[in-house]
Design a protein around this ligand. Sequence first.
Ligand code: SF4
Length: 332
Amino acid sequence: MRWMTERRAAGFDAMTDLPSGVRAALEERFTIGLPEVEARTPSEDGAEKFLFRLADGAKVEAVYIPAPRHRASGSSERVTVCVSSQAGCAVNCAFCVTGRLGAGRNLTAGEILGQYLVVAREKGFGPREANVVFMGMGEPLLNLAQVSRTLDLLEAEVSPRRTTVSTAGVVPGIRELARRDHRPNLAVSLTAAGNALRTKLMPINAQWPVEELFAALEEWPLEPGRRITFEVVLIAGVNDSPAEARALARLVKRVPSKVNLIPLNESAEWLPGLSRPSRESVDAFGSHLASSGVDVTVRWSKGLGAAAACGQLKGRETPGRLLRVPPPSVRS
Ligand code: SF4
C-alpha cells in the first residue's frame, strides 16, 4: 500500500523490495490504476471539478477547492477535495441533481481513493496538505464498508481530523461510524427541522425520522473542540421562513454543532420549480439562527458551484442517456 499511496508506483514491477514471486502473484491477481479524467471544469474562484470515467464506464465527480486566501494568522492552509462514494444515488433528495440520476453502484475503496490521488497529482499537493470531504455523488453511509476502507487508506495521507463524512441521515451507518477508533468529522444534511417537511425534501427521513437521527447524533463521541456540521439547503418559499429558522435552532443546539446554509443551486432542467431564496431572505434566516446562539456560515457558491451543483456536470455530459428519477413533491 505504501508503494501505491506514498510512492505512487504505477505497476508492481516498481516494488523492488518485494520478492519477485510476490510481485508476479500480485501482477496476476490485481491491477493498479487510477480513474480516467474525462473532463475538467475550472472556475474563476480557483475551484475545479473533475469528471471521472471508471473502468466499467460509470462516471463520478470530484471537486478541488483551493485553500481560502484569507485565514486567521496561525491557521494552516489546506486545499479541500470532495469525493464521490457512489455512481448515482438512490436517496432522491428533492434539491439534488444526483438524486435525479437514480441509484448507481457503490464505488470501491480504490475508486474513491483514486479520485483523491488523481486530484492531488493534477493539482500538485502532497500528503497532509488537504482536507477530504465525502460530499460528492452518493450517500457514503450506504456504502460504508468501502468508505471505511477508504478512511483507513487515507490515514497515510490525511488525518481523520481533516476528513469529513457527510450523510443524509442513515442512522445505522452513523452508529457504525461512531465505533471507529479514528473517526472522521461528521456532517449531516438536515435541511428541515420537522418530520413532515424533511420527509418531503429528503424521503430518507421517513425511514429514519428526526428523533431517531438526533438520538444517534447525541451519542456520537465528540472529542473536545469538535462539532457536528449541519448542512441546510435553503429553497425559496419552502424552508426559508423565520419559523423554520427558530425550529432549526432549537434542534441543532441539542448537540455541539455549526450550521452551513447553502442557498439552492438552481437548475431549471434538473430541479424544476425550485428556486434560490433572495440574499435578504438568506441573511434573515442566518440572523435568526445566530441570534438563537447557533454558529452559522452562509456558503454562497459562485463560479463552478453556480454552474455545477452536486451531479450537474455528469448530467450535462450525458444528456438523454440517464435514468431520470422524478423528484419528490415538495410543495404539495
Ligand atoms: S444530497 Fe446526497 S444523499 Fe441526497 S440525493 Fe444527493 S447525493 Fe444522494
